[in-house]
Structures are given as C-alpha cells and as structure tokens.
Write a new protein. Structure first.
Length: 497
C-alpha cells in the first residue's frame, strides 16, 4: 500500500516537472500576444502569403522564399481554419516554445534531477531571445521545438541500461529503438524544411555522442538516420541557394556581432561546470553545452564564407542554454540541501521569480509594438485616415506594399499607379512595378499622391531606378501637405503644385 502511494506521488512529481513549464510558457506567450494589434514586416510576409491559395503559394516559392515554403503552407491551413488574426499568426510559436520547454524539463529531469528539469523548463521562456520569437509569426520557434524533441529522442536512445544497449550493438535493443530513430530522423528533417540551418543540430548531437563515448553501433545508427534527414532536405538547400539574393542585406560578420554568442557561451560554460561534467557520462552538460555552442560557432563559420549571422537562425541553441541553466539550479539545490533542508526547495522558484522581476523591462519591451522595426497595421490606419477616393499611392521601396496586402480595406479607392503586376499574378512577395518612364507618366496625371515609406530613423537609401523616378516627380511637380510617422513607417501626402 505504501509503495503504491509513493509510486503515485513520484508519478505526479514527474508530471509536474514538465507540465509546470508548459503552463508557465503558455502564460508568457499569451500575455500581450496581439502587441496592441501590431504586425511588423517579417510577419506581414507570413500574413499575406498565408492568405493565398496553395497553388499560388507553390508558384511563389519557385521565385522567392522557398526556404519558408513548409511554414507558409502550414500557416495557410491555419488561416483557412481559424481566420487571419494576430492570434492565429502567433499562437503556433507560443505552443512550439511550450513544447520545447516540456522537452527541456524532461531531459533535465532524466540527466540532472527534478529540480534541474523544472528550472530549465521554466527558464527557457524567460530568455530574451526566446521571448522575442515566442510571439512571432515566423518559423523559428517551431524549429526550436523540433530541435528540443530530437534532442530528447537522442537522450532517450543514449539512456540505455546495458552496455550493449548503450553501444547500440544489441539486435533486440536495435529493433526496439528503431521507432525512436525514425522519429529522430523525421523530426530533424521537418526542422530542416522549416529552416535548413537547423541541420547544425546534427554536429551538436555528434559532439554529445563523442562526449559520452558512444559505441560503434550507436554512431552508425545516428549517421544513417541523420544522413536520411540531410538527404531529404538537400533539394531544398540546393534550390534555396538560387534565391540567395534574399539574404544579401545581411551585413558581414564583425567582432562586435560575436559579443552576444560569447556571453551566451560563458554563461553556459559556468552552468556546465556546476553539473560536474565528466567524459563518458551522459549529463546535462554533455547534451546542453554542444547544443548551445556548436550551432552558434557553426553559424559564425558559415558567415565567414557568406554573411548569414542572425540570431534567429540558431534560436534552437537556446534549448541547450536553458538545459544548462536548469543543471546549474539543480546543482545549487543539491549543494544547499545539507545546510538548509527546508529552504533548498525554494532556490528554483526564487531564482525564477527574481529573473522575472529583473527582466521585467525586457518582458514589457518585447510585447510592445516598438520592439519591432515597424508596424504595417499602424501605417495602414494613417492611410485610411488621410487618403481620398481617387488618390494615387506609391511605395518606396516596393516591399512596403506589404501594408496594403495585409490591410487592403485601408487602401480601397486608392490607385497603385506604379504596380504593373500584383504579387499573386507575378508569384512574388511585392509584385512587379512598371519601368521608371511609365511610373513618371502615370504620376504626372495625378493631382494627389500618398507615399508610404520607412520612417526617417529606419529608412535606408534605395538605389532602385524606379524609386528614384518616384522621388524626382514628387519633388518637381508636387508639394507636401501632410506628413505622418508612426511605428517605423511614414505616410506623406503630396498635392500637385
């Protein structure tokens, strides 16, 4: 009877270790989810593509954004089911980070105890980088969830009791593990189809296998299933390289860009030392430190060849940092228990509470429209207020047409005089504009023009001939009668001289 009660209590504790982080992360994600009904330019791309038909999306992927194709198709299905809204746009990311927190908690509990699992699971949603993408209508949180799941599957495969099972040489064990290996390969593949830089999780896992001195059989199985995932993603990798102009705006790697990764690695290293890592032992450090370090260092290495260094591309490495933080908190509980038997259990909730208060400015900032470079919804409201039926509208650069694509009602009655073929007809994100001469001729026939562009503080010079033609005609033949800047965007009203 007593053993049954103890087993039931132990089961409840194990369940609480991962359910508490899930509920905590969901709370963080749902808090201020709409960001005052703002949508910034990256999310606007998701919004307007998700509103197209499946065939239209596939046509567009042949020209642009193939790397996000799976994500766009997923969001198209969700928009069809639940309608277009900021909740539909961002809730998948909230659920994904909650799932990642659950995985961190389970891994931490298995490798370093319940307090480590609970601490790591709760910490994930508080990390500033994670808080930004926790409420983002882009695929990076989903990739983080997949990386966390694939890591959990690898840990479960490495956690065998017998030596034969650990080395992967046992035939019976190999057959029993086959479904998990298959799930591992599928998870890595899906992550790669969402963002192929997530394949950096494979060398991270290889570092873990090396650390724990996995046997030849384990290495062979990991290599085989990992190779299947890479082979499945390879067509996308090769095809997306033909669209590399999309990332040509990313600046070359500089020393100051590596300050952030250096801080993360330093924090992770300190937490790993608290876990007392030893070669040959499966531990939180053996799993978390490679998962944190290898993607960061790998992206730095890739960026030396082609500039690609953006923290969102390796957001999934934060799963490793959270696991290490949890291990550090678990070690603190163990160290305090002999001295403070009753107070040791307060270390994890206390540390999380202090972190919430210390990061409160970050938490509030990430949930404000000003946390993003612009807001396409706010500028659409200004256009609706300032525009009159029959007015012309211009976009500089053409990508700022996204505000009309997300909020078409605000542009009802306005003539997009520079547009030759719309985004859907041209299978592009921003449409195709007429040549400079035709744009100039169209503008000369207008008496009133609304120019939608970037606010002065975020605007960058445009070298496009079409944009130069627009600016020249407005300067020569029109005068400014009203100018509004709101949340990173600008609307200027011109009237004929």
């Amino acid at each position: 009877m007593t053993s049954d009660i103890s087993a039931d209590r132990s089961s409840r504790y194990r369940t609480a270790v991962w359910t508490a982080p899930v509920l905590w992360t969901l709370g963080l994600g749902l808090w201020g989810l709409s960001r005052q009904d703002s949508v910034w330019r990256d999310e606007a791309a998701t919004w307007q593509v998700a509103g197209r038909s499946t065939g239209e999306i596939v046509d567009m992927l042949g020209n642009v954004d193939a790397v996000h194709g799976l994500y766009y198709l997923l969001m198209h299905g969700l928009f069809e089911l639940f309608g277009a809204s900021t909740t539909t746009l961002r809730l998948p990311s909230v659920l994904a980070v909650a799932a990642a927190a659950a995985c961190v908690a389970v891994i931490g509990r298995r490798l370093a105890g319940s307090w480590a699992g609970l601490g790591g699971g709760l910490a994930l949603g508080l990390l500033p980088a994670v808080q930004f993408y926790l409420q983002e209508g882009r695929p990076y949180a989903l990739v983080a969830a997949g990386a966390a799941l694939s890591t959990l599957l690898l840990v479960s495969l490495l956690s065998g009791v017998s030596g034969a099972e650990r080395s992967g040489l046992s035939g019976r064990t190999g057959r029993r593990a086959r479904p998990r290996w298959t799930a591992y390969a599928v998870t890595v593949l899906v992550c790669a189809l969402l963002n192929w830089l997530s394949l950096l999780v494979l060398p991270a896992h290889a570092a873990t296998l090396w650390w724990v001195r996995a046997g030849r059989g384990m290495w062979l199985r990991w290599a085989a299933y990992g190779a299947c995932a890479v082979a499945g993603a390879l067509p996308l990798v090769l095809f997306s390289r033909s669209q590399s102009d999309q990332v040509s705006w990313i600046p070359p790697l500089t020393w100051h860009m590596m300050i952030g990764p250096a801080i993360l690695l330093a924090v992770g290293g300190v937490c790993a030392l608290a876990d007392r890592p030893r070669a040959g032992r499966l531990s939180a450090a053996a799993v978390g430190l490679p998962l944190l370090a290898v993607p960061q260092l790998g992206l730095i290495g890739i960026s030396l060849v082609q500039p690609l260094f953006l923290d969102r591309y390796v957001l999934f490495s934060m799963v490793g940092l959270a696991l290490l933080i949890g291990a550090g908190l678990g070690a603190a509980v163990r160290a305090a228990r002999p001295l403070f038997p009753r107070g040791a259990g307060l270390i994890v909730p206390g540390a999380i509470g202090i972190s919430v208060l210390a990061l409160l400015p970050v938490e509030l900032g990430k949930r404000a429209p000003a946390s993003r470079v612009d807001d396409v919804m706010a500028v659409a409201g200004e256009v609706a207020r300032l525009g009159r039926p029959g007015d012309a509208v211009l976009f500089v650069p053409a990508a700022r047409r996204d505000t009309a694509l997300v909020s078409p009602k605000a542009f009802a009655g306005l003539a997009d005089v520079a547009l030759e073929r719309g985004p859907v007809a041209s299978a592009t994100l921003k449409g195709e504009e007429a040549d400079p001469a035709r744009i100039r001729q169209a503008l000369l026939g207008q008496s009133r023009v609304l120019l939608v562009t970037d606010a002065a503080k975020v605007a960058k010079p445009s070298g496009a001939a079409r944009d130069a033609a627009k600016a020249a005609v407005l300067k020569e033949r029109f005068r400014v009668v009203e100018d509004r800047q709101v949340r990173g965007r600008r609307v200027t009203v011109y009237e004929r001289r």
